[in-house]
Design a protein around this ligand. Structure first.
Ligand code: GCV
Length: 707
């Protein structure tokens, strides 16, 4: 019996936010049932067939009965779908204004009333636009909104909305916490796992239109015919869902698989090798998206190995893919052990001088912050500093530094904070969102990438709530101005329940979860104090690694005098990399937001915060607050058993219990360690540690996943 329940639940978890449960509110159900009696699809493409099938599947679940999918186009209460050029002239006329306002991937959903006939039209300029419109329409029903008088026009604000998989060819996933890679290289190209199709469908439902299927720490073998044949098979599966395939390009591939002596971008043979390689790829995959490159970063080869620079490398690859309409996404995640300057400054120093020098089909991919996907980082100073170069955002959806797939952390809250940050690059209101959607500097290529949190776990993401991070990333990629609150609410309704008594508290819990993790891991601007290598759990004491900037002690700089990294004008002067308004704000302790204080300043343990408490007390109280927040998340969840199936309810309960235990571990380990320097007692309200510092230091995790 239990096995039966588990199988059923696994099937449900697998369905992600596309549950299509029958509408329980009878008034709403009636409205839907009388408005939708049939479907008529214009056009016969694979994508339109997928859209039609999705509608049938969704509606039969939501309405509780099958809907005729080949209804006559003139019948009342019919859902009509098709691209603009396939519609009848009457319908075309009727939606002329709306369709003129959308872009190629946008859609129109409109109630059309003529005489006694009432229909709902879903149309777009392209088949993919229609598919996006269908998913949007189904979302309206899944979230119980009225469909009486629809007049929706929507278009994505960013062109390239992609996942980056750090998946290796042996199916391990770097920083992956949800099992192994989805891609079964051994059985491809002949064996097409249903999962590839379900992956594409889930991505299409949130508007993701690109995927880099292999790790940025790249293996050149992916570019050999043996693997390209497999990539081609995946591209074929993804194509009707509007998803393009991209690959990472190992810079030394001409040597490793091309038998050349060099990979120097100035070498004519090397240039030819890449041109031929591009032609070979496009012959197989005509809509291949292009290359993502990690060069001269963390040991990866790059143009600097030959005395050339990032522009030389990127432009050479860009020239190879340009004839086919491809692009190059060149990563700016660089820092060197040979550069004694603050790591946080290095990417800016290296890239900003190249502004305007890249080819038109190059986009520079920048992580959201200057270090590395921390629970909180101020926005990367490169945003706003390269107006002549399109910059794309790289967020991490997988929780490398945020408790893996064990901790419940709703990441869209973090993404929103970054997207809303004001760079002041062209005066007030020059937000990061406006830079990456191209509106501030008028760029044509725009992009956003999320490092995927997906693996072959039954529920895709390990933690049931980590599905919300995949979902939310897609939503913000489509519209970087959306509120993460709305996204959380939609996800909860689509995944679990439309009951207000469930939605309200659980939404609050999700929204609070990001601040909680900041508090129990790295409050007040602390960063990168995770244990080394695997980044699981606290390790503020680690100081023995060969590269200085790999040691947590490099980042917190705790000593008898205080704590924090002085990046102000008296220290590394990283603040000067921001526009003057922002630089001034961060530079001064009085105006620097307290949430970023120790990112920018080294302050004495007795430094007084705005609440009148000393820095030491505030730090300790923040750690405690984080623990309390997780305890409150537990309490909230424990009362939600009636709204969620038994297995996910219990799973989340167990995971929250671990999170609570680990939040205390973080608090105790960090406070005991920092206390050695502050020499101060824990303030009232902070629980006493239950273990010694040496106990925490002794913990080892040789098989932590993702490492
Ligand atoms: C793919 C961090 C991670 C690495 C990752 C790197 C990157 O350093 O720990 O696993 O490598 O970022 O983004 O390239």
């Amino acid at each position: 019996m239990l096995l039966g329940i588990q199988t059923l639940t696994a099937q449900k978890d697998y369905k992600l936010w596309l549950q299509y449960n029958k509408v329980t509110n009878s008034k709403i159900l009636n409205e839907y049932q009388s408005a939708i009696k049939g479907i008529h699809a214009f056009g016969k493409s694979e994508t339109i067939a997928i859209a039609n099938k999705e509608l049938q599947q969704g509606l039969s679940g939501l309405l509780g009965h099958e809907i005729n999918s080949s209804t006559n186009e003139n019948t009342t209460n019919t859902l009509v779908l098709g691209t603009v050029n396939q519609l009848s002239t009457v319908l075309q006329q009727n939606t002329k204004k709306e369709t003129a306002s959308i872009n190629n991937e946008g859609f129109v959903i409109k109630t059309i009333q003529s005489g006694n006939k009432k229909q709902i039209l879903i149309t777009a300029k392209t088949d993919t636009g229609v598919l996006y419109g269908v998913f949007h329409f189904l979302k309206l029903l899944q979230t119980n909104q009225s469909i009486e008088n629809l007049a929706i026009t929507d278009s994505p604000r960013i062109n390239i909305r992609m996942l980056n998989h750090w998946d290796n060819l042996d199916r391990t996933v770097e920083r992956g916490y949800a099992g192994f890679s989805l891609w079964n290289w051994q059985k491809l190209p002949e064996f097409i796992d249903q999962r590839y199709i379900d992956y594409a469908r889930a991505n299409a439902s949130i508007g993701i239109n690109g995927t880099v299927i292999n790790n940025v720490n790249a293996n050149a073998l992916i570019l050999t015919p043996q693997y390209l044949e497999k990539v081609e098979a995946l591209a074929k599966v993804f194509r009707p869902y509007g998803i393009k395939v991209y690959l990472t390009a190992r810079f030394s591939a001409p040597i490793e698989i091309g038998k050349l002596k060099t990979a120097d971008p100035y070498d004519v043979e090397v240039q030819k090798w890449w041109k031929d390689k591009a032609a070979e790829i496009y012959a197989r995959i005509p809509d291949f998206g292009g290359f993502l490159v990690k060069a001269n970063s963390e040991g990866q080869p790059g143009p600097q190995n030959y005395g050339r620079n990032h522009v030389d490398g990127a432009n050479m690859l860009a020239d190879a893919v340009a004839p086919f309409g491809g692009i190059v996404m060149w990563r700016a995640f660089v820092y060197s052990e040979h550069d004694a300057d603050d790591r946080a400054k290095q990417a800016y120093s290296e890239f900003v001088p190249y502004d305007g020098k890249f080819r038109d089909n190059v986009i520079v991919q920048v992580k959201n912050g200057a270090i590395d996907f921390q629970p909180r980082e101020p926005f990367h100073p490169m945003f706003g500093a390269m107006p002549k170069t399109p910059l794309m955002m790289e967020f991490q959806v997988t929780q490398e530094y945020l408790g893996f797939s064990t901790h419940l952390v709703y990441l869209p809250k973090l993404y929103q904070e970054v997207l809303e940050s004001d760079t002041y690059s062209k005066g007030k209101g020059s937000t990061v969102a406006k830079i990456i959607d191209g509106s501030l500097d008028n760029h044509k290529i725009t992009g956003i990438a999320g490092v995927a949190n997906i693996g072959n776990d039954l529920n895709w993401t390990g933690h049931p709530f980590a599905q919300a991070n995949w979902y939310g990333f897609g939503r913000l990629a489509w519209n970087p101005y959306e509120d993460s609150k709305t996204i959380a609410e939609d996800w909860l309704r689509m995944t679990f329940s439309n009951e207000e008594k469930f939605i309200k508290p659980v939404k609050e819990m999700m929204l609070e979860s990001r601040e909680a993790v900041v508090n129990y891991m790295t409050p007040l601007g602390l960063h990168h104090i995770m244990d080394t290598g695997h980044h699981y759990g606290p390790g503020p004491w680690v100081s023995n690694l060969s590269r200085p900037e790999w040691n947590p002690t490099y980042y917190h700089k705790a000593d008898k005098n205080g704590i924090g990294f002085d990046r102000s004008s008296t220290g590394s002067n990283a603040t000067a990399q921001y526009a003057p308004e922002v630089a001034k704000m961060f530079d001064n302790t009085a105006t620097c937001p307290e949430k970023d204080l120790l990112w920018f300043h080294h302050l004495s343990w007795d430094y007084k915060l705005k609440n009148g408490e000393t820095l030491w007390n505030s730090l300790a109280l923040k750690y405690q607050e984080g623990v309390n927040q997780v305890a409150a998340m537990n309490t909230t969840w424990n009362t939600m058993g009636n709204y969620v199936d038994e297995v996910p309810f219990k799973e989340v309960q167990m995971l929250l219990n671990i999170q609570h235990k680990e939040a205390k571990w973080w608090r105790d380990a960090c406070l005991l360690y920092f206390q050695q320097y502050s020499g101060k007692e824990l303030p009232k309200g902070v629980e006493k540690p239950t273990q010694t510092l040496s106990y925490f230091k002794s913990l080892k995790f040789p098989f932590a996943p993702g490492n």
